[in-house]
Design a binder for this molecule. Structure first.
Ligand code: FPP
Ligand code: MG
Length: 315
């Protein structure tokens, strides 16, 4: 691809809207519904920073970022069906507006569009890597289902779910750019690890938001009610057998009073403090990796700012 200036936000939005066009009206409307609702566009922003770090053509970084956003949107369409969540980004979820069949097929359409977006630009190696990331993502979602309503999952299992659900796609942004930038095997592995840490931290920050009852545009205290022991909760259970017992009771009875008691026990537990320590460690690894990759202090500062903004999100 030819060298070009980094596209502005407006160009990314334009690329995303172009990618969701179809002469099948129902799929276009359903895809636009969620894309037009906005979102943080964290993956495209991350891809730009990594592209700059690795010295990759900004047009390649833009393509990888747009593809990541399309895959991410596809997973949200499917995830809201699986979770029975009726709202997303302050709007009714796609399945609530257009129906479940439409939401699932539109998710498939967006996944296909992401692949098309990359292959149309000759990014075949990144596409090959994307298939592995999507496989990891789906496996993590399946593992989460397999482990549902089990209070005694291991820390390693909880970590694999968090890493796969969110780490895999961030890892791909960095890995895809590293392979297209012709880095050696060690450089590709470092890029993958760096992206994985960012995604893992991102998921943990999201899990923490679920712990405190509060009013953002997402329901809180929903994870335990869906049978999920997230990584922060698992960390706390390893310190506190009574917490695990409260969760086991709620999972067995599925009574509202028992969920309330388990959620209150999580809120009192060291889950948040333990997870924040994990986040600080991930932040340190990220910062060290960025500097080891030769970032200027200006770029390192912007990358650390990105990490901090993503993990310190408040409702
Ligand atoms: C959000 O988790 C879910 C994910 C990050 C991954 C979901 C993946 C799938 C459903 C597999 C489908 C894959 C493709 C490629 C179509 P969450 O429910 O914890 O977060 P939320 O609170 O934002 O819903
Ligand atoms: Mg969900």
């Amino acid at each position: 691809m030819q060298k070009s200036a980094p596209p502005a936000d407006a160009t990314l939005e334009q690329q995303l809207l172009e990618a969701v066009q179809s002469d099948i009206e129902s799929v276009r409307a359903a895809a636009e519904h969620l894309i037009a609702a906005g979102g943080k566009r964290a993956r495209p922003r991350f891809a730009f920073l990594i592209g700059e770090l690795l010295g990759v053509d900004p047009a390649v970084a833009a393509a990888v970022g747009a593809a990541a956003e399309l895959v991410h949107t596809a997973t949200l369409l499917h995830d809201d069906v699986l979770d029975g969540s009726d709202r997303r980004r302050g709007r009714p979820a796609v399945h609530a507006t257009f129906g479940i069949r439409n939401a699932i097929l539109t998710g498939d359409f967006l996944l296909a569009r992401a692949i098309e977006h990359l292959t149309a630009r000759g990014l075949f190696q990144a596409t090959h890597e994307l298939t592995r990331a999507v496989r990891e993502l789906v496996e993590a979602e399946l593992l989460q289902q397999e482990l549902a309503w089990n209070a005694a999952i291991t820390q390693a299992q909880a970590r694999r779910v968090a890493e796969g659900k969110t780490g895999a796609l961030f890892a791909w942004c960095a890995r895809g750019l590293a392979v297209e930038g012709k880095l050696d095997a060690a450089g590709i592995a470092s890029a993958d690890a760096l992206g994985r840490d960012v995604g893992f931290a991102f998921q943990i920050a999201d899990d923490l938001l679920d712990i405190h009852a509060g009013g953002g545009d997402k329901p809180t205290r929903a994870d335990l009610r869906a049978g999920h022991v997230t990584f922060p909760v698992r960390l706390a259970c390893d310190r506190d057998a009574e917490l695990e017992a409260a969760i086991r009771t709620a999972f067995a009875s599925r009574r509202e009073a028992d969920f309330e008691a388990a959620c209150a026990a999580v809120e009192r537990s060291p889950a948040v403090a333990l997870a924040r320590t994990e986040l600080e460690q991930a932040r340190k690894r990220f910062s060290d990796a960025v500097r080891a990759a030769g970032a200027s202090s200006e770029l390192a500062g912007r990358m650390e700012g990105f990490f901090d903004a993503e993990i310190s999100r408040q409702r």
